[in-house]
Design a protein around this ligand. Structure first.
Ligand code: SF4
Length: 347
């Protein structure tokens, strides 16, 4: 029997796993709940990827093409896993798709169910959804991607914009104690994009700590030195309405140790990453362990971060924790290799 591997999730990790497996001649079935491939980058139309600001189309678009036009990869969109049981070393899986219900035996499984953006409406102090001009980084990414970045309230260019970091991350109050890893660099990247678009605008970033890790630190310096973006260590405690259709950020500058109250045309919230309901559902259906942060738990985070607690089921991408797209793509390749080795050893 030819080797058959199931990939659950069609984001960057799941797509790259599928493409890698197809290149070594393995048959893949990719099950995706949405009506499109590409995951969150496609859903929210990410425009440029950090650190080199290359068009997302070059990466995500390319993966979508390689996955979708691939005779070895059967893509099932709008589909879900409706039944799952282990039979010996293999997996008997029921799939519900618009093409009909089917049962199939797979040699191994890769779970790449991704993440959800934190919903800032859960924290009332940010007034998200209360004021049109308070948006979050995924909203801004979509606007940038569509090339129509203007104030939602009046359709005019913003004169000044504030970014607020760590929204829904590093915050016990909302139940997310962890750092989401990428929102600092995404915010800095977006601030640069805005400044290039509106050179006359004043842009502020309010931060607890700037965590532009590794080579992404270059963007941080570029933002300050080349684009004159103001990076302020401080916490915003409240967003209220202000004069002349502005939104006011009230908080404390923790370096100067004094309060501030500044009206802005727009506020962008750097909402973090959370494990999505898809991961929870897969944990339940497949018997996977979850960690205390509600992400899927690798068997050994250091030695084998893409192996789950069940032999033959592998994990890839942001379903195991916040990470950059490049890391998710790398994990997709690693999980593909592990799933293939398992299938070869357990024919
Ligand atoms: S990456 Fe930055 S903005 Fe995101 S949670 Fe970590 S410190 Fe906060």
């Amino acid at each position: 029997m030819p080797e058959e591997i199931l990939v659950i999730g069609g984001g960057p990790a799941g797509m790259n796993a599928s493409v890698m497996l197809s290149e070594i001649g393995v048959n893949v079935t990719l099950v995706e709940k949405d009506s499109f491939l590409g995951g969150n980058p496609e859903k929210f139309k990410y425009k440029f990827l950090f650190p080199d600001l290359q068009p997302a189309e070059n990466v995500i678009g390319e993966l979508i093409k390689k996955t979708g036009n691939n005779s070895k990869v059967k893509v099932l969109l709008n589909s879900q896993i409706s039944g799952f049981k282990q039979t010996g070393n293999k997996f008997d899986v029921a799939i519900k798709s618009p093409q009909g219900d089917e049962n199939k035996i797979f040699n191994s499984v890769i779970v790449a169910t991704g993440f959800e953006h934190f919903d800032p409406a859960r924290d009332a102090k940010y007034s998200y959804q209360l004021f049109d001009d308070v948006i979050d980084i995924k909203d801004l990414e979509k606007m940038l991607g569509e090339g129509k970045f203007l104030r939602p309230s009046n359709g005019k260019p913003p004169r000044n914009v504030a970014f607020i970091l760590c929204v829904g991350s590093r915050d016990r109050h909302v139940g997310n104690q962890y750092c989401s890893r990428v929102c600092c660099v995404v915010s800095v990247k977006q601030a640069i994009e805005l400044k290039e678009h509106f050179p006359e605008s004043d842009i502020f970033i309010f931060y607890m700590d700037i965590r532009t890790y590794g080579f992404f630190e270059d963007l941080y310096w570029e933002a300050m030195e080349k684009h004159d973006i103001q990076i302020v260590k401080g916490r915003v405690a409240e967003i209220t309405s202000g004069p002349d259709n502005t939104v006011v950020c009230k908080g404390e500058d923790t370096l100067l140790r004094g309060p501030f109250e500044i009206p802005f045309d727009m506020v962008v919230l750097a909402s973090g990453m959370e494990g999505g309901p898809q991961s929870l559902e897969m944990a339940d259906k497949l018997g996977l362990e979850m960690d205390e942060h509600r992400f899927l738990k690798p068997r050994n985070i250091t030695l084998s971060p893409f192996r789950s607690n069940i032999d033959g089921i592998f994990l890839a991408g942001a379903c195991t924790g916040p990470k950059a797209i490049s890391d998710a793509i790398t994990e997709g390749a690693a999980a593909a290799m592990s799933a293939h080795i398992y299938a070869q050893k357990n024919p």
